[in-house]
Design a protein around this ligand. Sequence first.
Ligand code: KIV
Ligand code: ZN
Length: 551
Amino acid sequence: MEPDVPVNVERDVVLIFDTTLRDGEQSPGATLNVQEKLDIARQLARLGVDIMEAGFPAASPGDLEGVKLIADTVGREPRVDKFGHAAPPPVICGLARASKGDIDKAWEAVKGADRPRIHTFLATSAVHMEYKLKMTPDEVLARVSEMVAYARSLCPDVEFSPEDAGRSDPRFLYKVLAAAIEAGATTLNIPDTVGYTVPEEYGKLIRDIRENTPGAKNVVISCHCHDDLGLATANTLAGVENGARQVEVTINGIGERAGNTSLEEVTMALYTRSQVYELDTNIITQEIHRSSDMVSRYTGMVVQPNKAIVGANAFAHEAGIHQDGMLKNKRTYEIMDAGTIGLSQSKLVLGKHSGRHAFRVKLEGMGYQLADDAVDDVFKRFKELADKKKVVTDSDLEALIGDELYKPPETWRIEDIQVQCGTTLIPTAVVRLRNVETDDVVTDAGFGTGPVDAVYQGINRIVGTQSRLVEFVIQAIDEGLDAVGDVTIRIEACEPIGTVERVHGGRGRRIFSGRSIDTDIVVASAKAYMQALNKLMAAREETESVLAVSL
Ligand code: KIV
Ligand code: ZN
């Protein structure tokens, strides 16, 4: 390893900079409300990320508030590291374009954290400078110096990114990066914004930057890769091999277009192949599965079953030949232990006669430390499920816990639904909803192309909100005809609710997601839709109150 990277003298550590709440959340359809962002931030802190990019405060007043809340809470809470020692809270970072207005907002949002960071960026590729920024290279250079210096006058920790570095002229990059260091940047992040580079090229870019940029040895060099060619993880690892000591990643690899480098892939590659890389991270790998599940639930972005590390099939050994080998010796086909990423290894089987105590022991065995009332809620749901299904599997339990614990605040709750459908009937649904605020119960009916559509039409008639269904995904949690159905849906409001400023230009619409489980897939679909609508209505209220304040 190169000795001159200014990170950690005892262990050679790659810093994990998580941008799930910024680059991940900015991907169309991954909208999170403030409570969800806070929950994810807490989980990321528990996971052990070193730096957390909590958002883009200039995107909207709501985004600024969200980052500020995270900085003022998670950013001040000490935690426990992977060795069980007391550790400081993560660095809380806010993104800003290279303008005073954005930098002021980022500082306003992060300054309450024990360890705040401002991350500012400006594009350096010819195509971006000419067509997007309409600036000459000299103007870009001057702006970088000015804005990094301005950010540094506010905050001791400043990161600079030359956007689209992967397609920038390297000689111009060295100049811009040197100017950023001169102006006070402490981390230089090298984005492959459009996922264009290949590993050898990206690795060389990092090496060349380190060798040709005056002052580079005194700052941390960071990788930020997008997955348009499916190479984000490979590129990031190539960057690390060439001396980068920070990686910018997201949980489940969510992010714009094909997404960002996934945290779990890089972390587990460094962990599993430590003899190749000889590098460590501060990630508590046992928290990976839980983090992935939470992000998937809150964003409504379903993890593909064959996704490395966190996909449902990643540790399932289906083919008979593999099972045979696994029974003889696990290492024949398994390079990682499921327990390492926090997948349940508990062998205690629960059935309909299991009591509350056994249930609690089971949850603890699965790594869940829940408060008494949360245990009660999940236990009630478990009993209902155990009445319908012979065997309640660990996956069922995890889904139940997710369903109960990650529920958004409700305006309307489903009291009852009845559906009629068949080969000759027009699908019809009677829906009864309770307004949680007024306690009114309203009944109405809907017709549709199928039973789910009929239920949705009935709900729409009561709630009176117009939305467009963007995505509907149904999965079986386990095998068997009595499997629990897991429905994820995403909807878009027909009216413009809470649009946000996008990092790469333009304004984006918000998408709202819902996810629910039930042995009856029509019920699961109805509950998921109700959740998404409740989020949409809460966002509408938030937008109206922000507008009222600014008028
Ligand atoms: O991909 C990118 O260029 C970014 C920057 C804003 C860092 O996300
Ligand atoms: Zn990015």
